[in-house]
Design a protein around this ligand. Structure first.
Ligand code: PMP
Ligand code: GLN
Length: 396
């Protein structure tokens, strides 16, 4: 009898090279740094995830939905009750009336929404503009769609958009502009003036907008989140993405959603139905009930995270790191130029191995990083963790 196949008698390599659609792409920095942090027993302020529990009522809602038998496929576009709750939230917050049937789709995290939106919007011969430093999932999705990524750098130190540079980057092939506000990794926030300039730039051109607004509720210092949904002219050509991961301290649930006009939603769902089809059912039931019963949870997130940002920044004031407090998100950039002239990837690794603190090097988010000396730290952590991290940074 021949032996049963197992991993030990599989051939080590294929007899032909594996074709790669992303030959220059390795494993994402979030996985790399989280693994290094685990290997070194370091504090992990690298990958962005909160260490706060999901609201108790929400967790109980999931258990109740499981017990009530909501365990089969949900509708492809999302549970109607959840889409209705999201349409009400969109109107209450941004003054835009959205039709939950034709304009709201629940997705498997913002990541799936971004991927499907990009596949739906661009193809061979098209160009998509991203702003560097750019969240790392945009460009691979653009390339897999067969389109070309055009990188427009944000202008440090405030990481503002230079709208003249955007204008200059436009070509007849420009089909999509990807925006992210509040911005990961810099914490920058678009203002109403930015939206006015954006409208002027895309007016009379066949350009779609993809707005990654996953940190919509995490904006500081009394500023207001300028969602593209507030701006009727922009909203008419936009897919706006958000995520319950950030809003409910539940990054592991991977539930997000996209709001877009009916014709864009139709194209979006053509892709979504074959990438994911539908999103985990009991969690959708629980989220629908939670959104209705406790809107104060997300309305309070800005204040909640601002307290953490302020604590972290205050603790770091005696350090040799330089920074401008983040205006949104739960990330703080620190400039280490006064400490070392090492490349940020090397410095971040050394900080993890030798000092026991993991962060994210910012250069990995840019096509042309130009010698940045910036690390990103996630401050969505309890006070003890932030104090330990700051103690480490103050000794460097
Ligand atoms: N966009 C940005 C800017 C993010 O920071 C993240 C993750 N933190 C995502 C998208 C992905 O969100 P999700 O975990 O819901 O897929
Ligand atoms: N978005 C999170 C961050 O910026 C990580 C997401 C992931 O690990 N893929 O850290």
């Amino acid at each position: 009898m021949s032996p049963r196949p197992n991993h030990t008698n599989h051939p080590a390599t294929l007899v032909f090279p594996v074709p790669s659609k992303l030959p220059d792409i390795g494993t994402t920095i979030f996985t790399v740094m989280s693994q290094l942090a685990a290997d070194c027993g370091a504090l992990n302020l690298a990958q962005g995830f909160p260490d706060f529990p999901v609201p108790a009522a929400l967790a109980e809602g999931v258990v109740a939905a499981l017990r009530a038998g909501h365990n089969q496929y949900a509708p492809m576009a999302g549970l109607p009750a959840l889409r209705e709750a999201l349409a009400r939230k969109t109107e209450a917050l941004y003054g835009r009336r959205t039709d939950p049937v034709h304009e709201v789709t629940v997705t498997s995290g913002a990541t799936e929404a971004l991927y499907c939106a990009i596949q739906a919007c661009v193809g061979a011969g098209d160009e998509a503009i991203v702003f560097d430093p750019a969240y790392d999932s945009y460009e691979p999705a653009i390339r897999l769609a067969g389109a070309r990524t055009v990188h427009v750098p944000l202008v440090p130190p405030a990481f503002r958009v230079d709208w003249e540079r955007v204008q200059a980057a436009l070509t007849p092939r420009t089909r999509l502009l990807v925006l992210n506000s509040p911005h990961n990794p810099t914490g920058a926030v678009l203002g109403a003036d930015d939206l006015a300039q954006l409208a002027a730039v895309v007016r009379d051109r066949p350009i779609l907008l993809l707005a990654d607004e996953v940190y919509e509720h995490i904006v500081f210092d009394g500023a207001r989140h300028e969602s593209l949904l507030r701006h009727p002219e922009l909203a008419a050509r936009s897919l706006v993405v958000s995520s319950f991961g950030k809003t409910c301290h539940a990054t592991g649930w991977k539930v997000g959603y996209v709001v877009a006009p009916p014709d864009l939603t139709t194209e979006f769902r053509k892709v979504h139905q074959f990438v994911q089809f539908c999103v985990v059912t009991p969690v959708q039931h629980a989220l629908a009930a939670f959104l209705e019963s406790d809107p104060d949870h997300y309305l309070d997130l800005g204040r909640f995270y601002q307290a953490r940002r302020d604590l972290f920044c205050r603790l770091l004031s005696p350090s040799r790191f330089r920074f401008t407090p983040a205006r949104g998100t739960y990330f703080q950039l620190l400039d280490y130029a006064a400490v070392s002239d090492e490349a940020d990837v090397d410095f971040a690794r050394r900080l993890t191995r030798e000092a026991g603190l993991a962060s994210i090097p910012v250069s990995v988010f840019s096509a042309e990083p130009e010698g940045s000396r910036l690390l990103r730290f996630c401050f969505a952590k309890d006070e003890g963790t932030l104090r330990r991290a700051a103690e480490i940074l103050c000794t460097i």
